[in-house]
Design a protein around this ligand. Structure first.
Ligand SMILES: [Mn+2]
Length: 403
């Protein structure tokens, strides 16, 4: 039985305002599809964060639909689970997709009754599936699938006044413990103890604490294939993250991306191998002085520049873009220069310009709002500002009129 494990596609993601949809499409066409065709897995697993936003735009849905259609055409059975970035919008057609061996798991049913997969030779594996769900839905699911009157469930909710995802998982394991078939493979979207974070993960925070599940909790499983952490890694002898398909931050761009390949024979994991895949774009951090960078050869990579200049440079971003057309981020090595450049570039210039144009406070605030929010101010907010401005001016008068 051959398993290919991928995760955290984040279709529709933007990086510092740059949409990556074309790069993602290119990655699937030139890299991912050829690999899948080559490996021909008995099942492809995608452990969550399929799309980047719960409210995907049409472009993103189109790419997802193209990927699904390709998997269907090539007859690659595929199992998707929801991550914290996904929403049920993408599982709307799950009953139709299921008819074509594309499974979208958005509830806890297959934790109770494992998802059984059998290859042509009769090798069987059992997936216990834990998609990411908001707490209230998690609770609802437990009551639906295990019964509101179930004694273990009732006892649990009577005892717990404050719910933690961890506790709910513990409850699930307690409910499932007599229903273990082997090899038992857990699929989930969460952080586990000893896993390495990249900083790209939007944390599954509860009361300000990232929920990190203890390894001990899953000791009954033969192995775990997980999503959420963006680095490809093997956390313990049986816990695997395939990470995101592409680098989604400058810090992560130095680490290798890819998928995990597994082979199971007679219920035993006989092969585990990371398959590295090159990203469809180059990402790097460049450090230097402005005068050197502006005279360097043209570079199309996605770039973050760190300027070593101690004195702020005028409009460095716009000027360096002529050499680095995909410049995404610019900062100064010395944070003091950064602050003075910000005030020089924005506050002073904008303000002086406004003075030249003789804008009053109201107009100036409108301009400021537009600059920061990149949209016109709403009437309600503008009215509130005018009210406070009036109060402020009246207070000023009072102060002035004092002897
Ligand atoms: Mn993710």
């Amino acid at each position: 039985m051959k398993i290919l494990h991928s995760s955290d596609w984040h279709l529709g993601k933007s990086l510092f305002g740059k949409k990556l949809i074309d790069e993602q499409a290119l990655f699937f066409e030139k890299t991912f599809f050829p690999l899948v065709k080559d490996v021909k897995p008995d099942i492809l697993i995608i452990t969550g964060d399929i799309i980047d936003k719960p409210n995907p735009d049409l472009e993103t849905l189109k790419l997802l639909s193209e990927i699904l259609f390709w998997l269907f055409k090539e007859k690659i059975p595929s199992l998707f689970i929801l991550g914290n970035h996904d929403s049920k919008r993408i599982t709307l057609f799950k009953e139709f997709l299921k008819q074509n061996y594309l499974y979208m798991i958005d509830n806890l049913y297959h934790f109770k009754a494992p998802f059984i997969w059998e290859d042509e030779k009769g090798e069987k594996i059992y997936f216990y599936i834990l998609p990411y769900l908001p707490l209230y839905e998690f609770k609802e699911n437990i009551e639906i699938f295990w019964g509101k009157e179930n004694k273990i469930v009732v006892d649990f909710f009577v005892k717990k006044s404050q719910l933690l995802l961890k506790d709910l998982v513990e409850l699930l394991l307690n409910l499932t413990k007599d229903n273990f078939y082997r090899p038992a493979i857990a699929l989930g979207h969460f952080a586990i103890e000893k896993g390495i974070f990249t900083g790209e993960e939007i944390s599954l925070k509860f009361m300000g604490l990232e929920e990190v599940f203890p390894l001990e909790l899953f000791k009954n499983f033969d192995f775990l294939l997980l999503g959420h952490l963006h680095r490809l890694q093997k956390v313990s002898s049986k816990v695997f993250y395939s990470g995101s398909i592409l680098p989604y931050s400058f810090e992560e761009s130095v680490h290798k991306k890819g998928v995990w390949f597994f082979e199971i024979k007679n219920s035993v994991l006989v092969k585990e191998e990371p398959i590295y895949l090159s990203p469809s774009f180059e990402m790097k951090i460049v450090k230097g002085y402005f005068k050197d960078l502006i005279n360097s050869p043209k570079d199309e990579a996605y770039i973050k520049i760190i300027l070593k200049d101690e004195e702020p440079v005028l409009h460095p971003f716009e000027r360096l873009k002529t050499v680095f057309p995909n410049l995404l981020l610019l900062e100064y090595e010395d944070k003091k220069t950064e602050i003075s450049s910000f005030s020089k570039d924005f506050i002073m210039e904008e303000f002086l310009e406004s003075k030249k144009m003789e804008l009053n406070e109201e107009e100036l605030f409108k301009k400021f709002y537009k600059y920061i929010e990149e949209k016109e101010i709403e009437d309600k907010l503008f009215e509130a500002f005018k009210k406070y401005l009036k109060e402020f001016k009246e207070n000023q008068k009072e102060v002035k009129s004092w002897p």
